[in-house]
Design a protein around this ligand. Structure first.
Ligand SMILES: Cc1cc2nc3c(=O)[nH]c(=O)nc-3n(C[C@H](O)[C@H](O)[C@H](O)COP(=O)(O)OP(=O)(O)OC[C@H]3O[C@@H](n4cnc5c(N)ncnc54)[C@H](O)[C@@H]3O)c2cc1C
Length: 258
């Protein structure tokens, strides 16, 4: 009596038989009605892409590359990502990647009716409304993810380099909406709570979708409550503002999951 019968000699069946044998099973029969790997596997381009949002699939893929290399049936050629469903503006969209010499052609190709070009100031305005932090201003080597409101991305129940340095946050990055929408902060302006200067602006700009002048600033935790009244020095005038829950735009993230 055979212990294990595997039906089908495609990559799935062959892999089952191989791993069972590696696990010590010695009595395996693989039944293939045609030739080994003559089904879908015969058509596969042989790509083992390394991008996938699922951590489990990523582990499978990394393991596949490692195993194929061990077996000497695979050569790494790298891969090129040309379009990615990521957003830094809060809308469902694509980021396109291409060599610099194709940039002008890509631009011309995308310039069709109904498409309006936007530059970096538009991106800046959109990301402020959406509460996406910017490296170099809202995030620096001096700030921690917990202070920056990125605690959701940190698994404190795991061991990692820098875990002990995180500690309890002493300051928090807050979103302030200025009372005067025409007053726009550029960065580094002082932020006052009552008569006390409690922080400084990390980034600011006008949010066109929400119709408000937005400021991000680090303030001590005790001054960071939503609804707190603060003032920001804009070109020598103290402009009042309120700390608001962020993001101001699409707080449930429905647009990027549409
Ligand atoms: C054009 C193309 C390109 C692809 N490119 C890639 C790629 O680059 N990277 C990637 O990861 N995936 C790729 N894929 C997908 C990949 O090929 C399949 O997901 C994979 O090969 C499926 O393997 P399988 O063992 O499940 O099926 P199959 O390879 O189809 O194996 C099933 C086997 O079972 C046999 N069989 C069926 N019924 C019986 C029976 N009753 N008795 C005995 N034997 C039976 C068949 O003859 C066949 O050999 C591609 C697919 C196609 C079509």
């Amino acid at each position: 009596m055979t212990q294990v019968v595997v039906i089908g000699g495609g990559i799935a069946g062959v892999s089952c038989a191989y791993h069972l044998a590696r696990a010590g099973v010695r009595d395996i029969v693989l039944v293939e009605k045609g030739e080994l790997t003559s089904g879908s596997t015969h058509h596969a381009a042989g790509l083992v892409t390394q991008f996938n949002p699922s951590p489990t699939m990523m582990r499978f893929r990394r393991y596949s590359v490692q195993l194929y290399e061990e077996l000497g049936v695979f050569e790494r050629v790298g891969s090129l990502r040309i379009a990615s469903r990521v957003t830094y503006v809060g809308e469902l969209g694509w980021e396109l990647y291409c060599p610099a010499e194709y940039g002008a052609t890509l631009w011309d190709t995308l310039r069709v009716d109904g498409v309006t070009p936007g530059g970096y100031r538009a991106i800046e305005s959109l990301r402020l409304e959406k509460g996406y932090r910017a490296w170099g201003s809202d995030l620096t080597a001096e700030t921690t993810p917990l202070e920056a409101g990125l605690g959701f991305a940190v698994k404190m129940d795991k061991e990692f380099i820098g875990r002990n340095a995180l500690g309890e946050p002493q300051q928090k990055l807050v979103c302030i909406v200025l009372d005067d929408p025409r007053a726009v902060a550029l960065g580094s302006e002082p932020v006052r709570s009552g008569d006390e200067i409690v922080g400084r602006v990390t980034s600011g700009g006008y949010g066109y979708a929400v119709g408000a002048s937005i400021v991000f600033a680090y303030v001590p935790v005790e001054h960071s409550a939503v609804g707190s009244q603060v003032a920001v020095d804009i070109f020598g005038d103290w402009v009042g503002g309120e700390i608001r829950a962020d993001p101001l735009y699409d707080p449930k993230g429905e647009r990027v999951r549409a």
